[in-house]
Design a protein around this ligand. Structure first.
Ligand code: BTN
Length: 252
């Protein structure tokens, strides 16, 4: 239980695990039983095989951070609208980080959250079909109180590093459950309702940056994200091209 939690369903069923391979994998196994509650949350102190985007490993110092997965059934989203859930989740994390630690908070496409220009949170959303229903397992790794990161993670930070004070992880979890649900309900009422906020928070929006695609570097200017979640990048020629996650990387 999270005391004082003000939600209809997000986090009302909460499983707190000490150690697990991955909270996403654990919740995906549970989600195959369609009787499990929408909004159920699994947290862990330690993940032995935490997974990130693009097949990477997610590492987190035991007990310091928020490692969680939440189950949603966004039946109101069409198959090609899945990115809207991603937007709602990234904006929820961004808003909690902004409220609790302050600082400059941005969303880096597709759904990393940056605090003062460094990555404070990663999100991994995985879909599965159980029965007839599409289920989305939303995995969130939010660096709350970790003070040191391995050397190779040069761009990682935490709320405590940036704010210069520790946070109560459960208070962050409670705020996040409430904000996730508020965004999810807004999305359910109107799928485009978060679009402007997403663009306002988007790192690099309307800025000329260096990207790499198809093995070549080029200058491009982010113009937003299309309905399928592809990044819209204006080329020097003035033409705007849409890129999927695996097709483009930001160089600088
Ligand atoms: C990224 O690469 O930025 C995404 C990281 C997602 C990490 C979270 S931690 C909780 C959940 N369980 C996992 O195995 N991954 C996600």
């Amino acid at each position: 239980m999270l005391s004082g939690l003000n939600t209809l369903f997000t986090g009302q069923v909460l499983m707190r695990l000490d150690a697990v391979s991955s909270t996403n994998d654990f919740l995906k196994d549970l989600a195959r039983d369609a009787g499990n509650a929408e909004g159920m949350v699994v947290t862990a102190q330690i993940q032995h095989a935490g997974r990130g985007q693009r097949g990477t490993i997610w590492s987190s110092e035991p007990g310091k951070n928020l490692i969680m997965s939440v189950l949603y059934r966004p039946a109101f989203l069409l198959a090609d609208q899945q990115f809207y859930l991603s937007k709602a989740v990234a904006l929820a994390v961004a808003s909690v980080v902004r409220q609790q630690s302050g600082g400059n908070v941005q969303v880096k496409w597709p759904n990393d959250v940056l605090l003062n220009g460094k990555k404070v949170c990663g999100i991994l959303i995985e879909n599965l079909i159980a029965g007839n229903a599409l289920q989305s397992v939303v995995g969130i790794g939010l660096n709350v109180n970790q003070d040191h990161f391995p050397e190779h993670l040069t761009n990682a930070t935490s709320m405590s590093i940036e704010a210069g004070k520790p946070f109560v992880v459960d208070a962050v979890l409670k705020a996040l459950c409430e904000t996730l649900e508020a965004n999810y309900l807004q999305l359910r009422s109107h799928v485009n309702v978060l679009d402007d906020r997403y663009e306002q928070s988007l790192f690099g929006m309307n800025q000329w940056l260096t990207f790499e695609a198809d093995g070549r570097e080029f200058s491009g200017c982010i113009k937003g994200v299309d309905a399928a979640g592809k990044l819209l990048v204006e080329q020097v020629s003035g033409k705007v091209k849409a890129f999927a996650l695996k097709e483009i990387q930001l160089v600088a």
